[in-house]
Write a protein that binds this ligand. Structure first.
Ligand code: GAL
Length: 647
């Protein structure tokens, strides 16, 4: 794994560049990402390109032995361009244009902006496509950041109508699919259909689902226009895009198909603060991030691009954008880096090289402080570089368990939550964590992936379970754990004629006759004779079946039903129930569990076993029985990493 950083030569006097490049190499960095926001410097006036500074910046970095990843600058179109066609702005759900003055001020559907995006991509590709320093490209920057996937512009509305026409062929089919007879929502032509916003009360969920599918396709096709140009003019270079954390607004599997390497931006402390974690977890992992945040995304994005992936932006210290922005514990930056290494990353780049003293992100740490002195993270990058060199290349190897992650499932649950705490992403994360707490390595894969060869497959929820998907599960002979709401909708967002779980019924003969959601803080309990108590919360289904429940609530209502190698969970299970289920699956599947102390996580590569102590206390790993480590100590300090060679 290479180490690198995100660098903005345009932010610093040219006299500093050579020293920066030398300093990067001295720390152990070997790649630099540049250019993602530099359009106003590359093309200061329409059609007048200023390549000189970029030529020199690339040359200087290259001269110091660094490889360069160049970005297309389309996340920040310059003011002159915005003024030329002000309707390129996305329109928010309230109908307001999203103006100039920050970034991502464009609508994916605007034909004029698409043309500009192709034009600037071509200009960069023609100039630098064959440059020896350029080994990779990044398209744009963080598609969807700042809530920018959905736009309700005229351009989007027009393309949505075309998209619908291509999907349904005639308007009668759309009316039937969506159930538009309800509330007299029937249309006479595609031209009459608008985006699903500014309605008096909620719009039709089928309308929303198609709008989300359409918007996701718009991101993918915008990206594909850039990758096509880059492939033609810069052959042999990897193309990537930096995805975000906990983000499901477009189908990343789809976009990933056009990339060579999927990358993501890892900000564990910001994510802990901004997402659903409990007050206790926020306290316990304040300066480390929850132990599964980084790994979840490593394993998710590894599944988005044929196994090739990296960390494009690694948090080096406090960020500026969360509600509160704590500093990492000493050791965490090195830990996060080595964890990416253990999960198979090709590179980890720190964001950013030097903290900017001006503009929006002046409170965001870098490897250097604004005065050019080294910040805390610089030494940790150095020590991570040394550890990586010492450990040598790691082979990733296939994980024993697969967890199926579906962006469409996230949209369905988001469009019609039915209970406000039914969050698909959180459910998937909980199921993933349950495996990781027991020391199981996991591949998070898309619904279209090849599932053969896994010892266990988990499907946290798959509301739209297609024929193809049901057949894929039916072909498995390993334990398969299927979560609530699976098979509960058709592809056009209706309840299946034979009720849930629809096509999955052939795997598990039961019918969901009624569902209920439960307010926060409410739970119901069950006890398993040998294994102790557990609870369910948020969601529960009434199930009618000849099967005897494997786990039932205290009043007898069944929650888990098993049929051969398939299990269905008719509720939102708590951690204890998940642990019980994983215990049973492991016994059936010869899946080795390694129950871990709170805060400890392990990851195996082909040659080594890595342990990461996310807790703020010491952990003794002697009980793991791994012998003498090759890196770190068996008695692990807070925020530390220990590595053993496999027997
Ligand atoms: C990312 C973004 C970067 C920078 C960073 C700050 O979302 O890609 O440009 O803003 O966050 O943490």
């Amino acid at each position: 794994m290479k180490l690198g950083c995100c660098y903005f030569p345009e932010h610093w006097p040219e006299e500093m560049w050579a020293d920066d490049a030398r300093h990067m190499a001295e720390i152990g960095l070997s790649m630099v990402r540049i250019g993602e926001f530099a359009w106003s410097r590359i093309e200061p006036e329409p059609g007048r390109f200023d390549w000189g500074w970029l030529d020199r910046a690339i040359g200087t970095l290259h001269g110091a032995g660094l490889t360069v990843m160049l970005c297309t600058p389309t996340a920040t179109p310059p003011k002159w361009l915005f003024d030329q066609m002000p309707d390129m702005a996305a329109i928010d759900e309230q109908g307001r244009p999203r103006g100039f003055g920050s970034r991502r001020h464009y609508c994916f559907s605007h034909a004029g902006y698409r043309e500009q995006s192709r034009r600037i991509t071509l200009a960069l590709a023609e100039r630098y496509g064959a440059h020896p320093a350029i080994t990779a490209w990044q398209t744009d920057n963080e598609y969807g950041c700042h809530d920018t996937v959905l736009s309700f512009s005229d351009a989007a509305a027009a393309r949505f109508r075309e998209w619908l026409e291509a999907r349904y062929g005639d308007i009668g089919a759309l009316n039937t699919a969506w159930g538009n007879v309800f509330w007299s929502m029937e249309y006479r032509s595609f031209g009459e259909v608008d985006p699903p916003h500014l309605t008096v009360t909620e719009a039709n969920p089928a309308h929303w689902l198609d709008y989300r599918r359409f918007a996701s396709d718009e991101v993918a096709s915008f990206n594909r226009e850039q990758t096509a140009i880059l492939r033609q003019h810069s052959p042999g270079r990897d193309i990537t895009h930096n995805f975000m954390g906990f983000f499901t607004e477009f189908d990343h599997h789809d976009v990933g198909r056009d990339l060579d390497v999927a990358t993501w931006d890892s900000y564990p402390l910001g994510f802990l603060e901004q997402f659903w974690f409990s007050a206790e977890e926020k306290q316990a992992y304040l300066r480390q991030g929850h132990p599964d945040i980084a790994a979840f995304h490593h394993d998710l994005y590894r599944g988005c691009s044929n196994g090739r992936w990296g960390v494009m932006e690694q948090q080096p210290g406090p960020v500026n954008w969360a509600r509160f922005n704590p500093a990492p514990l000493p050791g965490m930056v090195a830990l996060w880096t080595l964890e990416a290494f253990a999960h198979g990353a090709e590179f980890t780049a720190y964001f950013r090289w030097r903290q900017a003293p001006f503009a929006q992100e002046q409170m965001h740490a870098g490897l250097l402080r604004p005065d050019n002195s080294e910040a805390e993270a610089a030494d940790e990058a150095r020590s991570a570089a040394e550890a990586i060199a010492m450990l040598g290349t790691q082979e990733a190897g296939k994980a024993p368990a697969a967890l199926i992650f579906s962006y469409e499932a996230a949209w369905v649950c988001g469009i019609q939550p039915q209970g406000r705490s039914f969050r698909y992403l959180e459910l998937a994360y909980e199921w993933y964590s349950a495996l990781r707490r027991q020391g199981v390595d996991v591949d998070i894969v898309g619904p279209d992936s090849d599932l053969r060869g896994y010892k266990a497959v988990l499907v946290p929820a798959m509301p739209i379970a297609t024929r193809i998907f049901a057949d894929k599960l039916a072909a498995l002979d390993c334990p398969v754990l299927i979560g609530p709401r699976s098979g509960s909708k058709t592809e056009c967002f209706c309840i299946p004629g034979d009720l849930a779980p629809g096509q999955l019924r052939e795997l598990i003969p039961l019918t969901v006759t009624r569902v209920e959601s439960l307010r926060d803080g409410v739970w119901e309990s069950g006890v398993s004779e040998k294994e102790g108590g557990w609870t369910i919360s948020r969601w529960r289904e009434d199930v009618s079946s000849e099967l005897t429940a494997e786990f039932a609530l205290n009043d007898g209502r069944g929650i888990v039903f098993a049929n051969g190698n398939y299990r269905y969970v008719a509720a939102w299970p708590d951690r204890s129930l998940l642990d019980l289920l994983i215990g049973r699956i492991a016994a059936e599947a010869d899946l080795k569990l390694t129950p871990l102390p709170e805060g400890l996580r392990i990851r195996r590569t082909g040659s080594h076993i890595f342990a990461f102590n996310y807790s703020a206390a010491a952990i003794d790993t002697a009980s793991l029985g791994l012998g003498a480590p090759v890196l770190g100590d068996a008695q692990m300090g807070p925020a530390s990493v220990t590595v053993w060679r496999k027997a």
